[in-house]
Design a protein around this ligand. Structure first.
Ligand code: BGC
Length: 805
């Protein structure tokens, strides 16, 4: 604190030196930046421009104590505080938040994220991810805000307001055309894209975040038309700074800097996480770095990082019941009801009868989040089974299938290992004894010769209930072994950081206790290790179908994981899960399917189940949110932020030359724009989602364009059903044919909460850009008639009007 005061004093003095003296008012932000800049050496400016000493956060920039410049602590990420920090809230995946179409809720999401990061001592939050979901196979689709630029832009702007209101700078990512993991950060992921598509589909959400005052931008991995984005002066200098008016700094994604001179001259201000290009090589160059230092300081001053530094540390517990309640609310507002034949839902607590929860996602392998840098370590996750059982204590559970990677249901719980904090193997239940081996069983990779740095052993005793063959599975990274008695049942071998599941079996005798020992060794980092088993005669599929037949209602939880670093090969759920849904539905006519996925999946059983819910990756409060929705304590209102095609072949980038080939030849036809233009019926269209009540749309009025080119429209929404509910009405604009646009573009939306019988007049202003397209290097308007459609989805259009613009 003393240092900060001294620095401020220094800045004020410098202010006077550069001609600010004589005034009693405090210097402006620009004056403070310039004054400070004038006192900095070149070496000090360079210090701000690259990763510094390890500080425990994902990214670290050294502070400059002489000038009171605080260090920067950059931390992931979009779904809660990442980087394996504990005591944090696992929010629903950003795609779930986007499905709420609710800017106020996005701000609440950002506030939780910003407040928790700040309280952990982070002053730059690596979020939100706003890249357009061009293809449902993108591994990071869950982390982003859907397929439409308008929805993504408005959602992101609201989230950034929330993040930055709590102290930290938000760093929006990943600029600019980053839509696949395959071959990322190499020339093989080059996006070959035309200017118009880039301007109309991939850049607008970034422009919205600049207009929302985001303090910083992360340039991404994938080249755009042959140039890596972090050295792309067209994208960074010309478009982001000159055109969009961004005056903050650009940080490279981790290892996305590929050059010194080209990057420094192309607009990159900060290399992360190291200093390979912006350390010594930049120091030794003659490149002027003033502008980069200026941009970094500008964002820091504007966000108040000098005057009001964060006080928390990495160890501060930052989660709270209030934040968990917001996580639950977002999961409720983000879960989409896709089918509800004969109003099976909501359940009547008094009459619902017995419930069977089925599927490994229902309890043993809950898909509450996606993977990669967006991963968050919560204190708990409420499973669907747990949430439903709290309402209906007689609810039963059957996993139904092995986990997608072949893991059997867990023996008792999950072993958590944490190399960084040096904690032991631990399990939440079951008696055990643990021992940190500190390298005594080091193992190592015979290929690389690298030795693991940490090892541990955990032993427990099990008493078999029956005599017969017990099958075990061990899911781990690096190397692990399972010993039952004195027999090695599984030896996974060595593969650094590679997640995998290995199985083995052994015959055991009923009633005879036997020690079960897991040994684990790890190169670096931390990981989760799971020990699963199948007992003699256990048949997961048949046991589940029997449980479904015996219950009044079956809730099958299915899903598919998604993660940074890998795209999905297809959009199908694992075959065993589809077979499970099919057989459960045949055994029980009252089957509800709940899907956890980061984006669209196919649903070959959609016609044979009564209800379908898409819950995305819904965060730590999953089970409570689901129960509130199933029982109608909360009404569904979310709508799909991505199209669900009937099959992958129908998708816009299905052609391998497009995805992952990098040819963006589908052009503007991204998401619903493609399905509309090609007249392909999707399984569920963009913007679709049901409610427990019904709404009518009436009385559209379209005003003539204002002098600034915007158009105001009004319409009335009425709740015609019997329950309170919120309706998200969507406004699409169709341009005159000469504009060469997709059939419809989303240009507005409003969410209104209505009691039964209540009406509300909605007023929306469609910005001038709604009536323009990119042509010859500028935004152009085609003279003619524009059709304005208002509806409950991109295909359920209820009102139409026209404006001559
Ligand atoms: C991801 C970024 C993330 C960074 C730091 C990169 O691999 O692409 O989104 O912020 O790692 O964890």
């Amino acid at each position: 604190m003393r240092l900060v005061r001294m620095a401020l004093a220094g800045v004020l003095v410098c202010g006077a030196l550069v001609g600010l003296g004589g005034s009693s008012s405090s210097p402006s932000m620009d004056q403070r930046v310039e004054a400070l800049l004038a006192t900095m050496t070149r070496a000090e400016k360079l210090t701000l421009m690259h990763g510094g000493k390890a500080c425990g956060y994902v990214g670290c920039v050294d502070g400059i104590p002489r000038l009171g410049i605080p260090p920067l602590h950059l931390q992931d990420g979009p779904a809660g505080v990442g980087g394996s920090l504990t005591g944090v809230t696992q929010l629903p995946a950003p795609v779930a938040a986007a499905a709420s179409w609710d800017p106020a809720l996005m701000t609440a999401y950002g506030k939780v994220l910003g407040a928790e990061e700040w309280a952990k001592g982070a002053n730059v939050v690596l979020a939100p991810t706003i890249n357009i979901v061009r293809d449902p196979r993108w591994g990071r689709a869950f982390e982003s805000l859907g397929e439409d630029p308008y929805l993504a832009g408005r959602s992101a702007a609201a989230e950034i307001a929330g993040i930055q209101s709590q102290g930290p700078i938000a760093q929006v990512k990943h600029y600019a055309v980053y839509n696949q993991e395959t071959r990322r950060n190499t020339p093989g992921s080059d996006a070959r894209i035309d200017e118009r598509t880039m301007r109309e589909i991939y850049l607008p959400a970034f422009e919205d975040t600049i207009n929302a005052g985001v303090g910083s931008v992360m340039c991404g991995y994938n080249p755009v038309n042959g140039t890596f984005p972090c050295e792309n002066s067209e994208l960074q200098e010309k478009i982001l700074h000159d055109e969009f008016g961004f005056d903050g700094f650009i940080t490279s994604d981790w290892d996305a800097t590929h050059s010194t001179e080209a990057s420094a001259l192309g607009g990159l201000d900060m290399e992360m996480p190291g200093a390979k290009y912006f350390g010594k090589p930049l120091t030794e160059s003659t490149i002027n770095v003033d502008e980069s230092a200026r941009r970094i300081l500008t964002s820091m001053f504007r966000q108040g990082l000098f005057d009001n530094p964060p006080t928390g540390t990495l160890d501060t517990r930052v989660t709270s019941t209030a934040n968990a309640a917001i996580a639950r609310q977002i999961a409720e507002q983000g879960s989409v009801l896709l089918k509800n034949t004969g109003n099976l839902l909501p359940l009547d607590a008094a009459r619902a009868g017995s419930i069977a929860v089925i599927g490994n996602g229902g309890e043993t392998s809950v898909l509450s989040q996606g993977g990669g840098s967006a991963r968050v370590d919560p204190e708990y996750v409420v499973s669907p089974y747990q949430g439903i059982k709290e309402r209906a204590p007689s609810t039963t559970y059957q996993p139904g299938t092995v986990r997608a990677d072949g893991a059997f249901p867990p023996v008792f719980s999950t072993f958590r290992t944490n190399f960084f904090s040096g904690t032991n193997l631990s399990v939440a239940s079951g008696s055990r004894s643990d021992e940190v081996l500190d390298g005594s069983w080091r193992g190592g990779d015979p290929g690389t010769g690298r030795k693991s740095q940490w090892s541990a052993r955990s032993t427990t005793t099990i008493t078999p209930a029956t005599t017969g063959t017990y099958r075990f599975s061990l899911s781990n990274t690096d190397g692990a072994r399972l010993l039952v008695g004195d027999k090695t049942v599984i030896d996974t071998g060595w593969a650094e950081h590679k997640a995998r599941t290995t199985t083995g079996s052994i015959t055991l005798t009923a009633g005879k206790p036997v020690p079960v020992t897991v040994e684990y060794a790890q190169f670096t980092g931390n990981a989760v290790l799971t020990l699963g088993w199948l007992q003699p005669g256990q048949d997961l599929h048949n046991d589940a179908v029997r449980a479904a037949a015996a219950a009044d209602l079956a809730v099958v939880v299915v899903g598919r994981f998604g993660t940074e670093g890998a795209d999905l090969p297809d959009i199908n759920l694992p075959e065993a899960q589809n077979r499970l849904v099919h057989d459960v539905a045949a055994a029980n006519p009252n089957t509800v399917v709940v899907v956890n996925s980061g984006s669209a999946v196919t649903m070959p059983w959609a016609g044979s189940v009564r209800a379908i819910i898409e819950s995305w990756f819904p965060g730590q409060e999953y089970g409570h949110a689901l129960a509130n929705l199933l029982y109608g304590n909360v009404n569904f209102s979310a709508k799909l932020p991505v199209t669900f095609p009937a099959s992958l072949a129908d998708a816009p980038a299905a052609d391998p030359a497009r995805f992952p080939g990098g040819n963006y030849s589908e052009g503007l036809s991204v998401g619903y724009r493609w399905y509309d233009t090609q007249a392909i019926q999707p399984l569920f269209e963009f913007g679709f989602g049901l409610s427990y009540t019904t709404f009518t749309y009436t009385a559209l009025a379209v005003s003539p364009p204002s002098p600034d080119g915007s158009v105001q429209i009004n319409y009335t929404i009425t709740n015609t059903g019997t329950r309170p509910g919120a309706e998200i009405s969507q406004v699409y604009v169709q341009q005159p044919p000469a504009a060469g646009e997709p059939i419809r573009n989303l240009r507005g939306f409003t969410k209104v909460q209505l009691s039964p019988g209540q009406s509300q007049r909605v007023t929306t202003t469609l910005a001038a850009r709604s009536f323009q397209h990119w042509q010859n290097g500028t935004w152009a308007r085609t003279p003619g008639a524009y059709t304005i459609s208002v509806g409950a989805s991109s295909r359920d259009l209820r009102l139409m009007g026209q404006v001559i613009a």
